[in-house]
Design a protein around this ligand. Structure first.
Ligand SMILES: Nc1ncnc2c1ncn2[C@@H]1O[C@H](COP(=O)(O)OP(=O)(O)OP(=O)(O)O)[C@@H](O)[C@H]1O
Ligand SMILES: [Mg+2]
Length: 328
């Protein structure tokens, strides 16, 4: 080792050079770490997680792109983790799930929806403000952009999608500024045709055959234009959640709630989890939407009381009479 290097911790300095002075535009994606991160938030969709982690890491490894990082369509029943997956991806890639821009296409059905996204034409009131899609990407080009219920978007908005997904560029109407989307990940979600798609998924073993069959079905049933489907890199069909998966999600949510009171859990009685699931089932037959609130109502009072007593670790159990007991 050269003598001056002894003056410092050279290994640490090299690491800092990489992390602090590296090319700040570059996003390095480690497939294994991304997979682990997605799995920590999304359960019961492992096949999709594996493929997504691989696709995203391969795309980010490219030096340049002439289209967005990837264009993904997520289909399937409500409350199965589509939005959660997009958030988890944004959180991993750009350190913050708020790096995600989200648009509800059921609000983009009118003639002027396009103006909302890419700004008003020059001369119209408010045109200097630009568009709700273009401006955030100008200020931070690295984003996950989510369009929910995409089949509901106005025709003119679909034309924008075609341009975005194909070229990764859009021009703001009023300002004429060209906005670059080639560091963005696009996620489109829809519940359309999910039953039929689930059948195709189950019945077709070969991946490419399956993809073709799904795209044909979506085009034939006029849910999406074939040009749009042609620009989508992946079409993921989310599975309905099995009871065991819902139980695991409940446990995740209980743990997260405990942590928010600075409490670690050593044990949660299975019968308590069943109580939460039964309460959830009574309120919503659609899986997990209400689960977070139910778990809050069931467990938060106990956690708050434990925090008051400065307890740091707990076992959540049931008394013989069925009432809840939190033991230190
Ligand atoms: N597979 C899953 N793994 C972990 N949590 C999940 C999963 N599915 C749903 N959840 C939980 O349920 C909530 C709602 O799920 P999410 O918003 O991802 O549903 P969605 O598939 O986007 O539904 P929709 O089609 O109605 O938009 C999430 O915030 C998350 O807490
Ligand atoms: Mg959603």
């Amino acid at each position: 080792m050269s003598t001056v290097r002894k003056l410092t911790d050279w290994g640490e300095l090299e690491r800092l050079i990489d992390s602090e002075l590296g090319d700040s535009d570059e996003v390095k994606v480690d497939e294994t770490a991304l997979r682990a991160h997605l799995l920590s938030r999304v359960r019961g969709q492992d096949e999709i997680v594996n493929d997504l982690a691989k696709l995203v890491s391969l795309q980010f490894a490219r030096k340049s792109r002439d289209k967005p990082v990837c264009n993904i369509m997520m289909l399937g029943p409500t409350g199965t983790g589509k939005t959660e997956m997009a958030k988890a991806l944004a959180e991993y890639l750009f350190d913050d799930e708020k790096a995600m821009l989200r648009f509800d296409c059921s609000e983009l059905t009118g003639e002027h929806s396009k103006d909302r996204l890419v700004g008003m034409p020059a001369g119209y009131v408010g045109y200097e403000g630009g568009g709700q899609l273009t401006r955030p990407v100008m200020s931070n080009p690295k984003r996950v952009i989510l369009f929910d219920e995409v089949e509901k978007a106005y025709k003119g908005v679909f034309d924008l999608f075609l341009q975005l997904l194909g070229e990764g560029r859009l021009t703001e109407q009023g300002s004429g500024k060209v906005v670059d989307f080639t560091s963005c990940v696009f996620v489109f979600t829809s519940n359309a045709q999910f039953e039929k798609l689930a059948t195709i998924k189950k019945e077709t073993k070969n991946y490419h055959e399956m993809l073709n069959a799904m795209k044909s079905h979506l085009a034939d049933s006029q849910v999406f234009r074939p040009e749009l489907l042609g620009r989508v890199d992946r079409l993921y069909v989310f599975d309905a959640l099995k009871k065991e998966v819902v139980a695991e999600i409940a446990l995740m949510k209980i743990e997260k709630l405990a942590k928010s009171y600075s409490i670690e859990l050593d044990f949660v009685s299975p019968r308590l989890i069943i109580q939460a699931l039964e309460a959830n089932h009574r309120i919503s037959k659609f899986g997990v939407r209400e689960l977070e609130r139910i778990i809050f109502d069931l467990f938060a009072p106990g956690f708050a009381a434990a925090k008051q007593k400065q307890l740091k670790r707990l076992r959540l159990d049931l008394n013989p009479d069925g009432s809840m007991v939190f033991k230190a």
